[in-house]
Design a protein around this ligand. Sequence first.
Ligand SMILES: Cc1cc2nc3c(=O)[nH]c(=O)nc-3n(C[C@H](O)[C@H](O)[C@H](O)COP(=O)(O)OP(=O)(O)OC[C@H]3O[C@@H](n4cnc5c(N)ncnc54)[C@H](O)[C@@H]3O)c2cc1C
Length: 421
Amino acid sequence: MKQVHIVGAGLSGLACALRLTRTGVPVILYDAAAQAGGRCRSYWDSKLKRQVDNGNHLLLSANYAALDYLREIRARDRFVSPARASFPFVDLASGDRWTVSPGISPLPWWVFQNRHRVSGTNPLDYLSILRIAAARSDETVAECLPKRDLLWHRFWQPFCTSALNTPPEEASAQLLWRTIRETFARGGKACVPLVPKKGLSDSFLDPALEIVQSAPNQILFNHRLRSLDFEGDRVSALEFGGGRVELGESDAVVIALPPGNAAQILPGLKAPDDSRSIVNVHLRLALAPDTPPPLPENLPFLGMVGGSFDWVFLRDDIASLTVSAADRLAGQPAEEIARVAWSETAQALGLDPNCEYEARVVKERRATFAQTPAALKLRPGARTAWRNLLLAGDWTDTGYPATIESAIRSGNNAAALASGF
Ligand SMILES: Cc1cc2nc3c(=O)[nH]c(=O)nc-3n(C[C@H](O)[C@H](O)[C@H](O)COP(=O)(O)OP(=O)(O)OC[C@H]3O[C@@H](n4cnc5c(N)ncnc54)[C@H](O)[C@@H]3O)c2cc1C
């Protein structure tokens, strides 16, 4: 009987395994690590004595493939989301606070209302979006938006960096437009944020693994793929550190690895080869039990501009701060990063800066590929030169930024192609 071997149990591999399981195709899912999730997972932190995530992850209601995946694994209720799109911000330099709240209508009436748009900006500033909409494929966001006004500092710069994990000076303007077209341009309904209640493993991984684990499937952790053997136009065997797996004539292989790892397995593969870091700092705060979260609108996060960090997320007594495109910060010692994180947290949340805290710094050096105009041209499709070998991963050519949405779409696509062999 035909079997699909999926190498990589991140969200792309899991989404692929889930789809195939649903259609009755047996799968074997392998991962080099001792657990699933790859770049999107929780772990027990012995210093903080808490389960924390490798990094804050946010979904938007426009992430349709991700939401379908959550419905399929019955995890949609494992997320907090406000009734309407709201993004509270603080400017750490000026102390100014505001909330961006796109209205329900796709027509951007909200930019005409002071209390819904970025503080200090005026409606005409937002016409700059038209320049992004008209961007050429070789243009960066900064090339399209040369004006360094308040909207740049308080919206374009943080939005681009968070959405593409690439600074606007390097980021593809067309890819940013793709994000805007799917979110802000569709109105507030498409921009409602979703944040895992307990953590990434609880909301994205555990319920999916439960379904995929069912017989006759197998999930094999601690299995690092070293190489592939080829026979004519097909892959004939998988070579793992500890053994070799021969493939049947009708078996297929899905390589759902990050781009660097995929390129090692498939020499000659054209893939984006430059990446950007994300730094996350988890701070265990000395909050009294049942203290209501000191965040505006009762949302679990707050955007920050004018400092080093972009976002603070709050879950129970853990404040988690994130910086995207953080290659320079990632080069600094953890103690220094934690000190800055605490100072910005105390300011943003109005906490006593002399309070005790414990910190854990997580540096994800290859969080995503650098989403530049040149790198986008290197994103391969799912099919390869070998008839039974497919690619998946957030970096493959889904048309979406390298996000959960892209990972899940790539996995779904690979599953559809693999079941057709
Ligand atoms: C800190 C951080 C914050 C993020 N925030 C967001 C966010 O807010 N919203 C959002 O949508 N996205 C976010 N992302 C991006 C999102 O996490 C990724 O797009 C997604 O998890 C990628 O999934 P993947 O399956 O493509 O790859 P991966 O998760 O990298 O999975 C690949 C798997 O392959 C395994 N592997 C590697 N080499 C081998 C080998 N040789 N043999 C076997 N297995 C191997 C790895 O162990 C891993 O489990 C964030 C990423 C990071 C790091």
